[in-house]
Design a protein around this ligand. Structure first.
Ligand SMILES: *Cc1c(COP(=O)(O)O)cnc(C)c1O
Length: 379
């Protein structure tokens, strides 16, 4: 087949995201045996760097689950919600609903508390629900990728703990782009993935398992095999994975995490993400008819959502703007489909998303915003 059919696009979508050339090149590093001493050379530093990025020590054990973010989410549900317990899932968008879907698909008794698109978790409403339901476990999304909302993880976890429930957090689209201070977050288990703010190909779900979660998982039955964090932890402590890892991704991950921690520096990385959010805010402020979708204080640092002027349609965004930008070498995100369809039906303005996560630089974002602006002004 002709490989030249594949376009070289810079991904400004909300995951997967742009991968640097040196990280792509790391895919050429040697294959290795996952029960051999060579494995340790990859996964020893990988697990150490994951802790540095998360802001934790040995209070959390990082596990790498074959699959993607959803696999780690499923592991948290399977291992930490017993069959006779109840889960309250708190959703501020499509990925919050995804956690609920995973819980129900695994036969768990789960209630979905939903908030309006674009809004964060309302703590008063959540508190009332916690009083009414007294759930054993509560799951929620740290960074809602469908809407660009970042919930206040510490405040939400603290409230959940007041009602003696165990918080599970989906941080798939923010891990690696923001300071989590995981040790002080209150999360019992925090899950993420490789293909968003870590700027790697997809392939591992990543879980950070607290001691408390580990103890609970030991008592939960019917956890399956791959989703059993008790089994995962036995291997993780040896810097191994439960099943054969994706060795290509492991090589890339070892190189990428070393670069992030020892070259870029995590503080610089987090600051760069904050800077890029500010760039989008400033860009929107200078554009007639455009507005930020999320209230200040809850805007994501890894992606932004922007409300388009009255009259802009889904068809224009998905057809015209996206395809014009493809010609210029960019993959544009015309917004979360289901949300925009609903907004269009209600006669409301459309929302586009701008991914600025992982290794996208302020210079790349400047170029992209300029190209995007040209196309948007044609509407
Ligand atoms: C992308 C994403 C997921 C799903 O992750 P996969 O790696 O595609 O399984 C879950 N939650 C959030 C917040 C996401 O952004």
């Amino acid at each position: 087949m002709s490989l030249s059919k594949f376009a070289q696009l810079k991904l400004f979508i909300t995951g997967p995201t742009y991968i640097r050339d040196d990280v792509k090149a790391a895919a050429m590093l040697p294959e290795f045996g996952h029960r051999d001493s060579e494995n340790e050379l990859r996964f020893g530093p990988i697990r150490q760097h994951l802790r540095t990025l998360a802001g934790c020590g040995d209070d959390y054990e990082p596990i790498l689950v074959l699959g993607s973010g959803s696999s780690a989410m499923e592991a948290s549900i399977r291992s930490l919600v017993a069959d006779d317990e109840t889960l309250l899932n708190v959703s501020v968008g499509a990925f919050g609903d995804h956690y609920q879907t995973i819980a129900v698909a695994n036969g768990k008794q789960s209630t979905n508390l939903k908030f309006e698109y674009g809004q964060p978790i309302n703590l008063n409403v959540l508190e009332q629900k916690l009083k009414d339901l007294r759930p054993d476990v509560v799951s929620f999304t740290h960074n809602e990728t469908s809407t660009g909302v970042t919930n206040d993880m510490k405040a939400v976890c603290a409230l959940i703990r007041q009602y003696d429930a165990m918080p599970l957090v989906d941080g798939v689209s923010i891990f690696g782009g923001a300071d989590l201070d995981l040790s002080n977050s209150g999360a019992a288990m925090y899950v993420t993935a490789t293909q968003k703010s870590l700027a790697l190909p997809a392939g591992f779900g990543i879980g950070f398992v607290s001691r408390e979660a580990e103890e609970k998982a030991a008592r939960v039955t019917n956890k399956g095999h791959a989703h059993d964090i008790t089994r995962q932890l036995v291997c993780a402590r040896k810097n191994q994975t439960l099943t054969t890892p994706n060795g290509t991704l492991a090589n890339q991950m070892a190189v990428q995490l070393d670069r992030i921690v020892n070259e870029e520096g995590v503080e610089n990385r987090f600051a760069r993400h904050i800077q890029m959010r500010g760039m989008v805010e400033e860009w929107v402020a200078g554009l007639d008819g455009f507005d930020m979708f999320v209230p200040e204080g809850y805007r994501s640092v890894t992606m932004s959502t922007v409300i388009c002027p009255e009259g802009v349609t889904q068809a224009q965004l998905k057809g015209g703007v996206k395809e014009a930008l493809r010609e210029e070498g960019y993959l544009m995100d015309p917004g979360y489909g289901k949300l925009n369809v609903q907004l269009e039906k209600e006669g409301k303005r459309q929302i586009i998303r701008i991914g600025h996560m992982g290794d996208i630089t302020p210079d790349m974002l400047t170029e992209y915003l300029a190209a995007l602006e040209v196309e948007l002004k044609k509407l």
